[in-house]
Ligand binder design. Structure first.
Ligand SMILES: Nc1ncnc2c1ncn2[C@@H]1O[C@H](COP(=O)(O)OP(=O)(O)OP(=O)(O)O)[C@@H](O)[C@H]1O
Ligand SMILES: [Mg+2]
Length: 335
């Protein structure tokens, strides 16, 4: 079961309304208009509404209303597992899967389940997919959220969002809605970056995350997976032993995996016999699984656009080229 979690509050609208009324209240004060004149009355009303808006805004931000900011939506009931991931699944991830399915052999030897893992690697290499597939393998509910959604410009709100996320996962287990829950925080660096003396906002959300992790103790029913492209940015406190100390690198696919990924995404599509996936796999060195998936789809669009009933080798090569050009450009910029 897949739950994606979004922040639904139209914060920018609240912000503008707030700013407008505060502006009007100040102008009312600064103009010192005759209170009985029309301008005076309008400004006085605006000032009252402005104050109410300000109090409403502050109260809803700092008291219970933020509880509703993180909302799960159940949008994917189909089971997604490691069968959907092409290429090698890291042994550490397989160990976690095995531990969560059958903990006895691990417990017999005295092992404890880590509180979570970090999947690190370039964009599009399948980090989110692996996390989702792990949840599918162990039949857990998947609580997926982006670190940028948890993060907030308000000091207390980021921490509240983190707490709410963990509470939701624990409640789902304790209410019997599911046996296990996987919390997935994509772009975890948005809340888990190295702490800086001048940034209390990040600190607060990160401190809450650390507290939540420390509160896990022997609770093996909730497991955290973080994903990042910027592992070097993560705070040492998050990565310290007995918290989320296993950083598992999900690298770009090798030639064999690229061929398998191309073939996997080609499977439901109509391809001409002239397509040589091994040649395409060799040509696509440096591209991610996501790139390869997109290339196959773009080739299908191109084939139909050119009035063909099958996808041919040249369609794929045409679509491969812009990806290779971008890769080349990136390499030159980095050099
Ligand atoms: N090894 C793979 N096997 C099958 N599909 C893959 C693989 N790698 C990537 N994909 C596909 O590419 C798309 C993007 O993958 P995913 O979102 O998991 O990447 P990511 O590593 O999380 O990227 P980002 O760092 O940008 O968040 C998905 O549709 C996924 O199915
Ligand atoms: Mg991702």
């Amino acid at each position: 079961m897949f739950l994606s979690i979004r922040l639904t509050t139209p914060r920018f609208i609240r912000g503008w309304v707030f700013a407008l009324f505060i502006g009007l209240s100040f102008s009312s004060m600064s103009l010192r208009a005759d209170p009985w004149s029309t301008t005076g009355k309008v400004l006085a009303v605006a000032g009252c509404v402005g104050s109410c808006a300000m109090w409403y805004y502050l109260i809803t931000n700092y008291l219970g209303k933020t509880q509703n900011l993180v909302q799960p939506t159940n949008d994917e009931p189909t089971r997604y597992t490691f069968k959907n991931i092409i290429g090698k699944i890291p042994q550490e991830v397989l160990n976690i899967r095995d531990f969560l399915i059958n903990p006895q052999p691990f417990k017999d030897i005295g092992a404890e389940l880590p509180k979570g893992i970090i999947l690190a690697g370039p964009p599009g290499t399948g980090k989110t997919s692996i996390a989702k597939a792990l949840a599918g393998e162990i039949n857990a509910r998947f609580f997926a959220v982006s670190g940028t959604d948890l993060h907030s410009k308000w000091i207390s709100e980021g921490a509240k969002n983190v707490k709410k996320l963990f509470d939701q996962a624990r409640e789902a287990v304790s209410n019997g809605e599911c046996d296990k829950a996987v919390i997935f925080i994509d772009e975890i660096e948005a809340i888990g970056s190295k702490r800086r003396p001048d940034n209390a906002i990040f600190d607060n959300a990160l401190s809450e995350l650390l507290q939540q992790l420390d509160g896990f103790y022997s609770d093996d029913s909730v497991f955290l997976i973080g994903a990042t492209n910027k592992v070097d940015f993560l705070d040492d406190a998050l990565l310290r032993g007995c918290r989320v100390d296993q950083v598992i690198t999900i690298g770009l696919p090798d030639t064999e995996s690229r061929k398998a990924i191309l073939e996997y995404y080609a499977q439901p599509k109509r391809f001409s016999d002239d397509v040589q996936f091994d040649v395409l796999a060799t040509m696509s060195e440096g591209l991610s699984g996501a790139d390869l998936k997109a290339i196959i789809n773009n080739a299908a669009l191109r084939a139909v656009g050119e009035k063909n009933t099958m996808i041919m080798q040249h369609h794929v090569i045409k679509e491969l080229q812009p990806f290779l050009d971008r890769l080349e450009k990136r390499k030159t910029q980095e050099a």
